[in-house]
Design a protein around this ligand. Sequence first.
Ligand SMILES: Cc1ncc(COP(=O)(O)O)c(C=O)c1O
Length: 366
Amino acid sequence: MSWDSLIRPELEPMRPYQPGLRASQVRERSGVEHVLKLSSNEYPCGPVPAAVKAICDIATHTNRYPDGGSEALRDKLAAQLGVDRDTLVVGNGSNELLRLIGQVVLRPGDEVVYSWPSFVVYPMVADMFQAKKVVVPLGPGLVHDLDAMLAAVTAKTRLVFLCNPNNPTGTIYGWDAFARFLQRVPDHVLVVVDEAYFEFVTDPDYPDGLASFDGQRPLAVLRTFSKIYSLAGLRVGYGVMPLPLAEAVHKVREPFNINMAGQAAAYASLDDQVEVARRREENQEQKTYLYSCFDRLGIRYVESHTNFVWFETGRPVEVFEALLRHGVIARDFGNAPALRLGVGTPVDTKATIAAFEAIVSELGGI
Ligand SMILES: Cc1ncc(COP(=O)(O)O)c(C=O)c1O
């Protein structure tokens, strides 16, 4: 028996998604007891209290399958977002929705346009379905260059991924650029706007993708409960998409793709918008402390609209390792001359700043 003839050969060059280091791994490696995991853009505190209660309440009911269509959650989201419930699809994280959308639209040889650096799952989705990756570098200020992305669209383009705000740079494109893009993008192209960090943004020039959603044009908007709602471990994301696309995604998703605890916690979280606003504000404050530390230490960074900051370093490997020795897990990107650092609690920020100060004096600069 040959595995080569059994397994689809096009999977050969693909690599599994590499998550950042876990705190326990770093504790073992560096011996540092208090480790700050600032590598996966998670919110540093737990779920809102109502979500924790919902998770505990559901624990004794898990002998049953969950609601297969996430009906209650979709109803509540639809009311809050002001969209038709049938245009809403809930995914096992928005990650699952990225893949499912690829699965329903991509044929081998289709082209997928996305920016770079951006979310690592976009090239993975293209590879999974043998689509061609058309990579457009970020423009000045590490912002999506929507004009260049439009110029990269051909008759073969099936999908464009827009990551707004962009992971890993934390940058956004504005209303005008997005409106110009939408006016000109041909309608054989599905535009997927990935708004995983939507709730963190405070800039009025940030275009809410849903404001351009009319249920007709091929536009899907994805969001998640993994970030500001702190439910990354339960895997709940959602997408708003035109009805035909939503129906196609329902056909290929798993029958019970969202577990019971995830549905209940996400449902309960939506009621606590006061806490969401508080988190957004606290995140902004912590970023300003980080910026002032970076300014003081001469570290160049990109102002972020998210809960992470992209900072430049000529020696990313050394700085990454030095941060680990001080118990701070950042995220590295191969040879990129930069690292991504998550924003933590006020206590975390103080410890992070102390780590940077120590590293600058140890290494003589960053
Ligand atoms: C831009 C972007 N999109 C999607 C996701 C996936 O989030 P989820 O946990 O909802 O799958 C992430 C997670 O880091 C992300 O950064």
